[in-house]
Design a protein around this ligand. Structure first.
Ligand code: AMP
Ligand code: GLY
Length: 425
């Protein structure tokens, strides 16, 4: 089969490596990809939002399967466009990707179908939001821009002054653009966070092994929220009891709710869960693999990626026995110092060859590119996702941190406490 992967981050590198393991994969392309992805796929310079470009490329190359990794093209309707052109695509259509694309939509869905989540109100004017905050709110409180904001549209406000500032940022200064047309104001919850990814075929859902992300930029969960600074899988806090609760009240309930709304979901649903003292609650849904969750979950998956993706498209996921290795993975992100605010790019990266021929270490590329002289240089905030497999989390963590030393570039930055939580388990 000829497969096209759409996206350019560490997640798409992990997807490409997973697809490459399938005996069915004859040729893999990635649009637009990055320097590391060229090791497994032919990267083509078509932007992920260039739907016309992607459709005509698929026709020209007779692509058999498209895997859309990123949220923006999914929410924008790339899968619909591919479907209309008769090209098979793995990922939700636009009317289902709204599960991630609009927080107001997902909150209303959860309320309507009794799926456990934080209490909330939705506002479409700053005045109404401010009125609510001044008269009815309890602090801390959480403000969320309705639309996509690179994981940065969530503000946790300790008091009224911070919340007023937050409303200004999202709705008046429009820092996240149209994503701030509506605002969700939500109850603040406490607890440990777990990411659970799943495959869905419209009616059946199969759960992947759990993961735990580290969203804040600095050690000890300090600093700004980022796309994710590293993670590990499985999460020892995702116990059998938690799993049972989520299967009963969250996973199938979400899939059934989407189907009942006439928005059958096919693809990956990412459940961002918080394990609160009152039980698991949904923090958010994403309509795709997490980044870097894909980098710790996919290397542990035993199944053929293409077979699972096709079963989601064909509605035959119930026939698939989804299996994961009984091991663990840890991913440490090497970022550019200054991420997520401002940082320099274009520094040469050395040591990448250390990963060659090792099958329990992975160097997933995120922000990298080739410069004019053919060297691999830094090209983003998150640069590399250094991942190691181990027989348990501690072993995987020490291997991952050891491998972070193999690579160097100017302004290299990482957190030193990825997976520290496992010592508390
Ligand atoms: P989200 O993009 O909705 O996952 O939010 C980003 C991060 O903000 C989450 O991973 C949590 O750490 C935090 N967060 C979101 N919603 C809440 C909430 N209701 N209570 C406490 N923290 C939250
Ligand atoms: N790592 C969180 C996300 O992909 O949204």
């Amino acid at each position: 089969m000829k497969v096209l992967i759409v996206g350019s981050g560490g997640r798409e590198h992990a997807i490409a490596m997973s697809v490459a393991k399938s005996p069915k994969a004859e040729k893999i392309y990635c649009a637009p990809g990055n320097a590391g992805i060229t090791g497994v796929a032919e990267c083509v310079p078509i932007a992920a939002m260039d739907f016309d470009g992607i459709v005509s490329f698929c026709k020209e190359k007779q692509i058999d399967l498209v895997v859309v990794g990123m949220d923006d093209p999914l929410v924008g309707g790339l899968v619909d466009r591919l479907d209309e052109a008769g090209i098979r695509a793995f990922g939700p259509r636009k009317n289902a990707a709204i599960l991630e694309g609009s927080k107001a939509f997902s909150k209303d869905l959860m309320k309507k179908y009794n799926i456990p989540t934080a209490a909330y109100e939705t506002f479409d004017s700053a005045d109404a939001a401010l009125d609510y905050l001044r008269n009815k709110a309890e602090f801390p409180i959480v403000l969320k821009a309705d639309g996509l904001a690179l994981g940065k549209g969530v503000l946790i406000c300790g008091d009224l002054a911070e919340a007023e500032e937050g409303v200004k940022t999202i709705m008046q200064d429009r820092k996240f653009g149209d994503a701030g047309n509506k605002l969700v104001i939500e109850e603040f919850m406490t607890g440990r966070e777990v990411s659970v990814l799943s495959f869905v075929d419209g009616k059946t859902i199969k759960i992947m092994s759990s993961a735990q992300d580290h969203k804040r930029a600095g050690d000890g969960d300090t600093g700004l929220n980022t796309g994710g600074m590293g993670n590990f899988s499985p999460s020892p806090f995702y116990t059998a009891e938690v799993d049972e609760f989520c299967r009963k009240y969250i996973y199938q309930a979400t899939v059934d709710a989407m189907a009942a709304e006439g928005r059958p979901f096919k693809g990956v649903i990412f459940f961002g869960l918080m394990l609160t003292p009152k039980g698991p609650r949904v923090l958010e849904y994403n309509a795709r693999f997490g980044d870097p969750e894909a980098q710790v979950v996919l290397p542990r998956m035993k199944n053929d990626f293409i077979e699972v993706a096709e079963s989601c498209i064909d509605g035959t996921l119930d026939k698939v026995n989804l299996e994961f290795e009984d091991n663990a993975a840890v991913c440490v992100i090497l970022a550019s110092n200054g991420y997520p605010v401002s940082y320099e790019k274009g520094f040469p990266i050395s040591g990448l060859e250390s990963f060659e021929g090792k099958n329990d270490y992975f160097c997933f590329h995120a922000g990298t590119k080739f410069d004019e002289s053919g060297r691999i240089v830094t090209n983003g905030g998150r640069v590399l996702g250094i991942t190691a497999l181990g027989s348990n989390l501690r072993e995987a963590r020490s291997k991952a941190y050891e491998a972070t030393e193999w690579v160097s570039f100017d302004n290299k930055y990482m957190r030193h406490d990825i997976g520290k939580a496992i010592d508390e388990a």
